[in-house]
Write a protein that binds this ligand. Structure first.
Ligand SMILES: [Fe+2]
Length: 287
């Protein structure tokens, strides 16, 4: 039996979880229950947590193998399990709107799923809020599992066997130049377009900004299908907007959720969030 309380959040996905302290070592039953909640709800909000990087990483390790940050690994050859989201740097100073890093981060404002461009993409992202802007700086989420359910049987049959090429350089070059070493570390890779959750068999489609084309299809047909699938998933009525508060920890299932940032004024406000990810079980083509 898990010790915590689960309250559903949105009609299509999500839950708020209370009665658990993620800064402490969890029981095996609680770890299993968090995994089950991830499989069922895809998006979990844990309010009022008191973490630091060490506790955040310790919690991450309880859920699985932490995923090395691909920027530090690809560009600098360094294994680092954290990403800093926002404009506040390690020394407390702030990057404004015109800073290259701020511009690069605007790539997160396109609908995407984290690490979909890696051969073994992420299972979940775990984001913890330290400082949030007074305006903007939200994160929006939709479920591509709920979106798959809404498709016609004919469309499901068409897309079920397809492979989709995910390409980080393709997506990020739209907002800023990608460092050449970083780019070389992330060649385009094929993923299953339709994935199934191994725990409950629920299917979803795996698209977003990094999805470049359908394997074997021409560019125009590919783009039309990928844009259509994204549009169907991201209608206003399907979106949950996470309005962050300091102390919130959020877990989302990168296998079946899409998210995007809403942007904020980095000249005016501070935003400081830290993110880890748990690596997936293996290449999606082997699922
Ligand atoms: Fe992201």
């Amino acid at each position: 039996m898990s010790s915590f309380t689960i309250d559903p959040l949105h009609d299509e996905f999500g839950a708020t979880i209370t009665g658990i302290d993620l800064g402490k070592t969890l029981s095996d039953a609680d770890v299993a229950a968090v995994h089950k909640a991830i499989d069922s709800y895809s998006f979990l909000v844990f309010p009022d947590q008191k973490l630091d990087d060490d506790k955040h990483l310790a919690f991450t390790r309880q859920l699985g193998a932490p995923e090395p940050n691909h920027v530090a690994l690809g560009r600098d050859g360094v294994v680092n399990y954290f990403g800093t989201i926002g404009n506040v740097q390690a020394d407390g100073t702030v990057h404004g709107n015109e800073h290259q890093h701020t511009k690069f981060m605007t790539g997160n404002n396109m609908w995407h799923t984290d690490s979909s461009f890696r051969l073994v993409p992420s299972l979940v992202s775990i984001m913890y809020a330290y400082e949030v802007p007074e305006e903007g700086g939200h994160t929006q989420y939709v479920s591509s599992r709920a979106a798959y359910r809404r498709l016609s049987d004919a469309t499901k049959e068409t897309i079920d066997p397809l492979e989709v090429v995910h390409d980080y350089v393709f997506s990020r070059s739209k907002v800023a130049e990608v460092d050449p070493k970083h780019a070389a570390s992330l060649p385009p890779i094929n993923q299953k377009l339709v994935r199934s959750n191994p725990g409950n068999g629920e299917k979803n489609y795996y698209v977003g900004s990094h999805a470049r084309n359908i394997e074997g299809w021409d560019d125009a047909e590919s783009r039309a299908l990928l844009d259509d699938l994204l549009d169907r998933a991201t209608g206003e009525e399907h979106i949950h907007t996470q309005v962050w508060e300091p102390g919130q920890l959020v877990i989302w299932d990168n296998r079946c959720m899409l998210h995007r940032g809403t942007g904020y004024d980095a000249d005016k406000y501070r935003r400081h969030m830290r993110q880890t990810r748990v690596a997936g079980a293996g290449p999606t083509l082997e699922e």
